[in-house]
Ligand binder design. Structure first.
Ligand SMILES: CCCCC/C=C\CCC/C=C/CC(=O)SCCNC(=O)CCNC(=O)[C@H](O)C(C)(C)COP(=O)(O)OP(=O)(O)OC[C@H]1O[C@@H](n2cnc3c(N)ncnc32)[C@H](O)[C@@H]1OP(=O)(O)O
Length: 276
């Protein structure tokens, strides 16, 4: 039923849809060439299997409308863009669910990173780990100036390492040395710091959403052929690298997560989060 609805219909009745089918995202259209995909999985927009699958399928639906040229990715929660992977997916999971979960994350990354659409990440709140992955997969990042917010890859702080393709994406975004420093220290950057190293492109004092729409409209005026060829040139190598190693990467992830030591660490981390 969902797949038969056009993206425009989806936008005209997001409330109706979310009451009947839990889509976990809302899609709206602020102008004829721009779509907005709002993450809407309370409390923290963490990426479960269902959430990742829903984002991916909505991006594909939006992409299939030739009138749409730009996509804004944002959050319904003004304080949190996304808390990254849903850690409960990794706590005592079955091997089958865990590999399907990881495939959904790989597929979300590949879809968002290589879409023909120009993508703007509108970061109003915290964006750690997988949240930072979503933002870095976009073409342009606008963030609220709030100094209390953090964006970055904090995996080492959890006793884990980012997968090779997330590390490569970080290197491509901020450069080798800054990536090595940021990854090994598990650093979450304030908006000012993120701007300085190129992790975000712009920080905004007022309404960050309005600036995101402006940028999306600017991108929509650039000829699509040029944009698509440029994205392919800049991003093709990383896409091909991951596509060639999908199974190896699934194996790495599932082996690592299912180790008893990792499971104990995940349990402890979940407890510390819910005790706050
Ligand atoms: C831990 C080991 C993971 C193993 C992974 C191994 C290899 C994978 C390598 C691949 C890369 C992984 C990248 C990731 O994305 S891992 C996830 C990293 N994310 C985080 O560390 C963020 C954790 N969350 C926070 O720091 C904060 O929640 C916050 C986003 C800053 C928001 O703070 P606040 O507004 O104060 O909200 P609470 O902290 O009270 O949270 C509310 C509620 O939500 C639960 N929760 C928070 N984050 C997650 C999450 N990522 N997954 C699942 N659930 C989450 C939290 O437990 C609270 O639940 P209760 O209300 O039930 O207590």
């Amino acid at each position: 039923m969902l797949s038969r609805l056009s993206p425009r219909l989806l936008s005209s009745s997001p409330r109706l849809l979310s009451s009947s089918i839990r889509t976990l995202v809302n899609v709206t259209y602020p102008s004829p060439s721009v779509a907005v995909l709002e993450l809407d999985r309370p409390p923290v927009n963490s990426l479960s299997l269902e959430m990742a699958t829903s984002i991916t399928s909505h991006i594909k639906q939006i992409e299939s409308d030739p009138q749409i040229r730009s996509l804004i990715l944002t959050s319904s929660n003004p304080k949190i863009f996304s808390a990254g992977l849903d850690i409960t997916e990794m706590s005592r999971p079955s091997k089958t669910r865990l590999s399907t979960f990881w495939r959904s994350i790989q597929s979300l990354f590949l879809t968002l990173y290589s879409t023909r659409l120009s993508t703007i990440s509108c970061i109003t709140g915290h964006s750690p780990a997988g949240g930072c992955l979503l933002s870095m997969s976009c073409d342009y990042r606008v963030m609220s100036r709030n100094p209390k917010l953090g964006i970055g890859l904090n995996e080492t702080r959890l006793g884990i390492a980012a997968p090779f393709w997330l590390k490569d994406l970080f290197v491509k975004t901020v450069g080798y040395r800054e990536a090595e420093l940021g990854l090994s220290r598990g650093k979450l950057y304030s908006p000012e710091e993120a701007l300085k190293i190129g992790l975000v492109d712009e920080i905004v004092d007022g309404e960050v959403y309005d600036v995101a729409v402006e940028r999306a409209e600017e991108y929509a005026e650039i000829p699509e052929k040029g944009i698509v060829a440029t994205k392919r040139m800049c991003r093709g190598e990383l896409v091909r690298d991951l596509e060639g190693k999908i199974e190896e990467d699934v194996g790495w992830f599932t082996d690592f997560i299912l180790e008893e030591g990792t499971q104990k660490g995940i349990e402890g981390y979940l407890k510390s989060l819910s005790k706050k």
